[in-house]
Design a protein around this ligand. Structure first.
Ligand SMILES: Cc1cc2nc3c(=O)[nH]c(=O)nc-3n(C[C@H](O)[C@H](O)[C@H](O)COP(=O)(O)OP(=O)(O)OC[C@H]3O[C@@H](n4cnc5c(N)ncnc54)[C@H](O)[C@@H]3O)c2cc1C
Length: 241
């Protein structure tokens, strides 16, 4: 899974919806994580676990969705102890993620290691330069690096790659390094979010220290996500940000 914040937000928002609809007492919400945590940064994973507990969202770990029977409304998970079936009325599924075919079937992916199977590009995690083809760089989700699978990361990755390309062309060295910056504006309710930012070392790297606390559910973080970041992402797509 590329962005583990995405299904967490979805779960929080769904819970909020049934609370607002007055049907929470008739609803059971369960979250099945494919691995042993809820988020790759331990302190964020623990925060999400606590919020799930407070909001009576049952959590299961190491459950890999293996099959769905839509007629019977049964999901089958592979677990360390064998197969497990789960009934559902409504299910939200995160598909297994991998690089697009054009990259997967090229010489560019990692040849071994944790990112080889999904076909992510073999780049240096700091310079984003390909380790075997030095005139190739990888930014965005395609980059086979330990963090950084968010649109916000691309904003910090692209200038690093460009700096190295310009340095190559002009024959000068570049010391530009991408530190793994990743941002996850995690909506926990309509009107509340946690603006979580971190780097390769799992350090929290808040852009507004003293103003926006990363692990607090705040209205200002929600405003920033819905009114600030969305137009920024759209501007990025148009090459304006
Ligand atoms: C539910 C969800 C919520 C998210 N929320 C956030 C968030 O709040 N903040 C944030 O920063 N990030 C968020 N992300 C992550 C963010 O969407 C991605 O990290 C970002 O889109 C990656 O950009 P990209 O350009 O690398 O890849 P993509 O956006 O996947 O773009 C790749 C493009 O290449 C195209 N393509 C593929 N193959 C070919 C081909 N052969 N020829 C031509 N084109 C091709 C694809 O169609 C696609 O348009 C979220 C992701 C999800 C799924």
């Amino acid at each position: 899974m590329k962005c583990s914040g995405a299904p967490l937000k979805y779960t929080f928002i769904s819970e909020d919806r049934v609370v607002r609809a007055g049907t929470r007492s008739k609803t059971e919400i369960e979250y099945f994580s494919n691995n042993g945590v809820l988020f790759s940064v331990p302190i964020v994973s623990e925060k999400a676990r606590m919020l799930f507990q407070q909001r009576d969202i049952k959590t299961h770990y190491n459950r890999i969705l293996t099959a769905i029977d839509p007629g019977k409304r049964v999901a089958t998970f592979t677990t360390p102890d064998g197969l497990e079936e789960q009934n559902w009325d409504f299910i939200h599924v995160v598909p297994p993620m991998k690089a697009p075919e054009s990259v997967r079937n090229s010489p560019l992916p990692w040849q071994s290691g944790p990112w080889a199977k999904e076909g992510w590009m073999e780049v240096d995690k700091g310079t984003l330069r390909h380790l075997r083809y030095p005139n190739v760089f990888g930014v965005g989700d395609i980059a086979g690096v330990p963090k950084g699978k968010t649109a916000a990361s691309v904003k910090w990755q692209a200038p690093v790659a460009i700096d190295h390309m310009v340095a190559d062309i002009t024959g000068k060295p570049s010391d530009a390094v991408y530190n793994g910056y990743t941002s996850c504006p995690m909506i926990t309710k309509l009107g509340q979010a946690m603006l979580i930012e971190f780097d390769y070392q799992n350090n929290l790297t808040p852009s507004f220290p003293g103003v926006i606390a990363p692990l607090e559910e705040l209205w200002i973080s929600w405003v920033m996500k819905t009114m600030g970041l969305k137009p920024t992402y759209i501007s990025m797509l148009r090459g304006k940000a």
